[in-house]
Design a binder for this molecule. Structure first.
Ligand SMILES: NC(=O)c1ccc[n+]([C@@H]2O[C@H](COP(=O)([O-])OP(=O)(O)OC[C@H]3O[C@@H](n4cnc5c(N)ncnc54)[C@H](O)[C@@H]3O)[C@@H](O)[C@H]2O)c1
Length: 351
């Protein structure tokens, strides 16, 4: 494994820094590299409970070399100004409108953040090299396992076809990969896209199943399990994602067959879990943490319903390339990860 970027002493720009993955990545970098200047950008939108974003930002506020800028990446002038002022060496673009189902309700948010916002980041990276400046040496950006659509072949490999998206969200993420490749080729910006597979953990996203199910159980409500439970998800613990991103940030991709320094990787647990099994483990860990009562009746709080539009039956990451190039594979078990989530939930909500 040959790392060609030394993070020490560099300026790193993380967009989506108040978000779930962005805040965890930022904290890890700040903890590990006392001399990295970390610029966090986020518009702190209210897609989900803003208190969670504020809580995550508070955890970062204590680091002296953390600078937070509240800005929208869809605002070209704001992005330009940030790049001109701070001249980042490495950029990690995590800001996006996430979620598959919400893209039916509010498609505009996806076009704004995921397409226009991403384009503004690409343009800023391009112009960072103006006048012979060193500019951005590596752009790492979040893609998603959703680009695999209804892929029948498992596990999902980066060699598989991904041009049949089944949600607007997936279509925007695939577009990021295409735009990224073109900009990398045209302007010589090394770039790595990461297809994340269902990331979970403490202070995660309330719109995701493990969090939403917990909220419902606590309120004595009934959860709905789609496709009658015949779904499998490759759940990936957030610390594993952060470790993967950190390794990837430090190595620009080798040139591909067209001489472009661009590469896409899967980051997933490589171990899909049955949804019903997952709900059972979640319940057990919530009971263990004292969030739910010992005698909580799971069956009475569960309804099996048909598939939702845009959802897929299985996600399963082939991580051979990640292991080959970075000697790394997510390893945290679902039980361990959910146990940490349950403990955090108990503390945060005081249930
Ligand atoms: N969590 C997952 O399971 C998962 C899976 C696949 C891909 N991803 C991708 O990883 C990235 C991070 O995801 P996350 O789970 O941390 O989501 P998140 O919603 O918690 O974080 C995204 C952050 O970006 C900010 N943001 C959104 N639009 C913005 C804009 N236009 N300008 C500035 N900030 C903006 C939000 O306020 C939020 O804090 C996203 O690109 C997401 O699509 C996540």
């Amino acid at each position: 494994m040959k790392y060609d970027i030394e993070l020490s002493g560099k300026t790193v720009l993380v967009t989506g820094a108040a978000g779930f993955i962005g805040s965890n990545l930022s904290r890890r970098i700040l903890e590990e590299y006392g001399d990295v200047r970390l610029i966090g950008v986020d518009n702190v939108n209210d897609y989900y409970d803003v208190r969670l974003k504020e809580y995550r930002l508070q955890e970062l506020a204590g680091y002296q070399n953390f600078i937070f800028i509240r800005a929208d990446i869809a605002d070209a002038a704001a992005v330009r100004e940030i790049f001109e002022k701070y001249q980042p060496d490495i950029v990690v673009n995590l800001a996006a409108q996430a979620g598959v189902r919400y893209s039916i309700e509010n498609p505009d948010a996806y076009i704004q953040s995921n397409l226009i916002g991403f384009y503004n980041i690409l343009e800023a990276c391009r112009h960072s090299k103006d006048g012979g400046a060193a500019g951005v040496s590596h752009l790492v950006f979040a893609s998603s396992s959703s680009v695999y659509g209804d892929n029948k072949k498992i596990p999902y490999s980066t060699e598989d076809k991904t041009d049949l998206p089944v949600s607007l969200y997936a279509a925007t993420k695939k577009s990021n990969e295409l735009l990224g490749h073109a900009y990398s080729k045209l302007y010589g910006i090394p770039m790595t896209g990461l297809r994340f597979f269902t990331v979970y953990g403490p202070a995660g996203r309330p719109d995701m199943a493990y969090f939403g199910f917990t909220d419902k159980f606590v309120k004595n409500g009934t959860i709905r399990i789609f496709n009658y439970g015949h779904c499998k998800r490759d759940f990936t613990y957030v610390d594993d994602i952060v470790e993967g991103v950190l390794r990837v940030m430090r190595k620009t991709p080798d040139a591909n067959e067209n001489g472009v320094h661009f590469k896409v990787y899967n980051i997933g647990n490589n171990h899909p879990e049955d949804l019903l099994e997952f709900v059972q483990i979640l319940k057990e860990e919530l009971v263990r943490a004292g969030v739910l009562a010992e005698d909580f009746d799971l069956a009475a709080h569960m309804e099996l319903v048909p598939m939702q539009p845009g959802d897929v039956e299985v996600t399963y990451a082939d991580v051979t390339e990640l292991v080959r190039d970075f000697d790394f594979k997510p390893e945290t078990s679902l039980r361990e990860g959910l146990s940490r989530f349950a403990a955090w939930y108990k503390g945060f909500y005081g249930v």
